[in-house]
Design a protein around this ligand. Structure first.
Ligand SMILES: O=C(O)CCC(=O)C(=O)O
Ligand SMILES: [Fe+2]
Length: 197
């Protein structure tokens, strides 16, 4: 069960909006197939505490103005937008009221792929960034926790075709993750739209 709109509105230091059914199920399904097969997915190596790890998911970065983006210590050169992703960029920008420039794609191949606790707080994103996150394919759990107030936690289930907006001071005060799961789950694609520069 996802938190109600009211629950989300009452969180301290966060601005969150969850819109299930931003895309109709049929469109979400066909986009999932097209994006999965057309994207030049890569698996990057990241450095954490002096050790190197393979990122537990596949990624791709698309950008409007060729600006590189440093993410988890990885410098990513953006690919030029495809017509399909450009159309989504446009629609998501209208829904969010933000002019996005960049789309980071994540492919979670199964339940052992994940995205650890982090905030989208890279300096290139500026202060109080609006991040729009579109989900396709299998549903996955999405958790948020307040950095200081330990009792403040949110658990959501991001469904195919849903759009989650994180705005205001969310990235300053909260961390988010997509945890691993032992439950058998199919692949999921997440597109996060961001504005650089
Ligand atoms: O897969 C998700 O829903 C979240 C992705 C995410 O947090 C990120 O790419 O920064
Ligand atoms: Fe994130």
């Amino acid at each position: 069960m996802n938190p109600s709109r009211e629950d989300l509105e009452n969180l301290p230091d966060a601005t969150l909006r969850y819109q299930p059914g931003f895309l109709l199920p049929k469109e979400a399904e066909s986009l999932f197939g097209e994006i999965k097969s057309q994207t030049p997915w890569r698996q990057d190596t990241i450095r954490l505490f002096g050790k190197t790890f393979q990122q537990p998911r596949l990624t791709a970065l698309y950008g409007k103005n060729g600006q590189a983006y440093t993410y988890s210590g990885i410098l990513m050169e953006p690919l030029p937008f495809t017509p399909l992703l450009e159309d989504l960029l446009h629609r998501v920008s209208i829904a969010a009221g933000e002019k996005f420039t960049t789309c980071l794609l994540n492919l979670y191949r199964d339940g052992s792929d994940s995205n650890g606790w982090h905030a989208d707080d890279e300096p290139e994103l500026g202060n109080n960034p609006v991040i729009a996150s579109l989900s396709l394919g299998a549903s996955r759990k999405f958790h948020l926790k307040h950095r200081r107030i330990k009792s403040q936690r949110v658990r959501m289930n991001l469904e195919s075709g849903s759009l989650l907006l994180m705005a205001g001071t969310t990235q300053h005060h909260w961390l988010h993750q997509v945890p691993k799961t032992k439950r058998p789950v199919g692949p999921r694609i997440n597109l996060t739209f961001r504005r650089l520069g």
